[in-house]
Ligand binder design. Sequence first.
Ligand code: ATP
Length: 900
Amino acid sequence: MTEMMTPAMRQYYEAKQAYPDTLIFFRMGDFYESFGEDAKTIAKELEITLTARGKDRKGERMPLAGIPHHAIDTYLPRLINKGYKVAICEQLENPKQAKGVVKRGVVRVVTPGTAIDSSMFSDASNNYLMAVAGREVGKSGKSGEKEMEFGISFLDISTGEFLTTQFTDSENFDKLLSELARMHPAECILPPSLYGNSELTGRLREQTIVQEFTPEVFGIEDAGEKLKTHFGVATLEGMGCEKLEFAVYSAWAALEYAKTTQMRDLSHINTLRTYSNTEFMVLDSITLRNLEIVKNVRDEGDENSLYRTLNCTKTPMGNRTLKKWLLKPLLSVEKINLRLNAVEELAEDSLLRYDIRDWLSDVRDIERLVGRIVYGNASARDLVALKKSLDVVPPLRDSLLEKARFEMLKEIAEGLASFSELEELAEMIEIAIVDEPPISVREGGMIKPGYSAELDEFRDISSNSKQWIAAFQQKERERSGIKSLKVGYNKVFGYYIEVTHANSSQVPEDYIRKQTMANAERFFTPELKEKESLILTANEKAVALEYEIFAEITRTLSARSRELQETAERIGTLDVLASLAEAAENNNYTRPQLTEDCKILIRDGRHPVVESTVSGGFVPNDTEMDCKENQFLLVTGPNMAGKSTYMRQTALVAIMAQVGSFVPASYASVGIIDQVFTRIGAFDDLASGQSTFMVEMVELANILNNASPKSLVLLDEIGRGTSTYDGYSIAKAVVEFLHNRGKVGVRALFATHYHQLTALEEKLKRLKNYHIAVKEDGHELVFLRKIVSGATDRSYGIHVARLAGVPEKVIGRANEILKELERENVLEEAEESENGKKRKSKATARYTQMLLFDPGSGSGSSEKAKGLSPVEAALKKVNPDEMTPIEALNKLHELKRLLG
Ligand SMILES: Nc1ncnc2c1ncn2[C@@H]1O[C@H](COP(=O)(O)OP(=O)(O)OP(=O)(O)O)[C@@H](O)[C@H]1O
């Protein structure tokens, strides 16, 4: 069968065999071709024509689909974004010089988590590859649940950022999934042992593309050694993960996956940072969504997110850093204050801030530029962009060195100053590369004249050639007497002398015929031939020399990739600090206080996003929470009054404060929160087959099981998805549970339409009722948006229905029904209380009788011991909450009378 195959097809099958789970882009001349099943997939996904050619291994027509090689930047991202892996099989030698079939080989495998080209990214966000290692480590004492030990690593090949962590997790992978939601990796790799856990892969697949990776890489004993070799260090202690077995496994797996797919130098990945989940406030995926921290719920874009509101960054590094800070608010008061000091300084010194932001607007994505330079796929334009970005650093640094008062800005300035070669590197690019170089690095035109004498000489030859040709043409015209004689050039035949047929008799004898055209004849002379070879080789040599110079510059830059990346990181941090200061100024925020206690005190708090969207002006509100009377706030109020907004703004102010941002309030003091839990709104999780109510209960269970005294819980309308009685019962039990949990309970805001719950204020001492005020103005309901203490007893749902445009007829009828229901309810309540009284009096009677006529029974003896009369004892026994003493006495007299 193989005899039928052309040598090129044999190469294709070899590539396919080596990379069976990828689509192969097989370079043939100016096209990347794909064959067989790959071709069918590619044609379908890219909507390109599927043809057939030659024979496959079975001797059948071979499906074929191809794209022009220059269009790869357009087509490849479309496949990668759909989760495909693509192996690029290039021609490894110049086809013109090849003896026999051109050598080909796979030069790179592009996968979602290992993309590096800017065309693959829709924005400046990080593009992480995630690797997970781990195993079950037994059962936890309390619940007998399985526990997992996980090591996870995140690698962004485009910027060189590399992070790792290790933690113990529940059998539901809660922490792992929270990290996944926070970091949003494009791809996740697992060893077979975890890949086989369908529950785990199922949960991961909801958020990312999951791949299995070979066992030889995961969990190998010398993973640590291999990492050390890569980083050129003797120990991983300095990186913080020497003793974290699974963190090390996952880090090596990520790096090895990157190496095997990229097949080139990855020296820009020059450090690994170990982080711990205990350093950050936990915002799980549900809370991130409910509070719209980085994405909105509507279309998953960033409009109306906290991130968008605060984002005044100027650089891609700043943009990415801001997102990271928002996803990981800090827990350490000290660290938060470092950030706040810097933000305050930049907020107050508007001149310095203005200058910094002005300089930063000229900075490009240094991290990704350096990534491409090390990687070997940078263009001369990338070098110019890097140079322009580096030019900004000296004035920025000097200004900070002179003016910065607080630690963080000073550190940034000193860090920038420590990179002493920065100016030299910028200058190296400045003197070598032209201001507007071409895209391609293989066609010349990149290097400035004067940079290399040798290059200038080659260039002289080719540029002088124009004059030489003109002079040659003139000379030949004169010699032959043919006025229309022309010297021309084309790619196939090189230089030629063209003479029309009409003048053919005048052609000199030493002309050698080259080509016959319809109207003319083309010739050359030995002199022209010699000049041609000189010009062409000079050109070729110039282009080759230019590439060599360019490569030399990129090598010098690569050797400084670490310092360049540190510079980029410092610029990112400075950008975020200046951006937070800018947002604080623009939106009238204030600096929050952070404390270690459990108080939250916010004066005139606003919702950072809603405040810019409401037309009539946002009404600020106070929040006061502590572990005493105000630990649990029960918020009632009509529909649309602003309950959810109020609850969310409280959490958002706290999150912003812990991020190190100023906050929308006139005063705010926040006792550090370890995790914000939210249960808000109804999201059907149809994909996982769960009903709205089930989703609600699953989220609720998570909160009840995991909230700590340092957490903040927001609950909106718990129990709405089921029958009123079930819902009310669950809501009440939840309030009691959270209020009483541990010794101090959990700080919680609870919005509800179950007004009966407000009666709990009398029973639960740390619970406080609040409601959002409204005013009735005739038929109109006026929303005052003000939170006031105390409960409300009306929902005004029908008013809201009218506002929403429900037809008047329906509104009128609804009001009638409501009145009827209220009347019936009054009657029912009266009847209930009458029945209640009857029951109580019966019970009282029975009990009193027992005590009067059989004083030894019940627990009367102890009362006797305290010197109480049986009647007094009976009175004490009657639940004082249910009957006043007078009522009980009356009943007793009545009882005696009856008994004669
Ligand atoms: N403090 C405020 N100042 C001005 N407008 C506000 C304020 N709070 C809320 N709003 C406006 O009221 C709208 C409704 O608020 P929200 O969704 O918080 O009400 P709700 O009481 O939770 O309603 P429901 O009970 O129907 O869920 C918001 O979208 C916003 O436009």
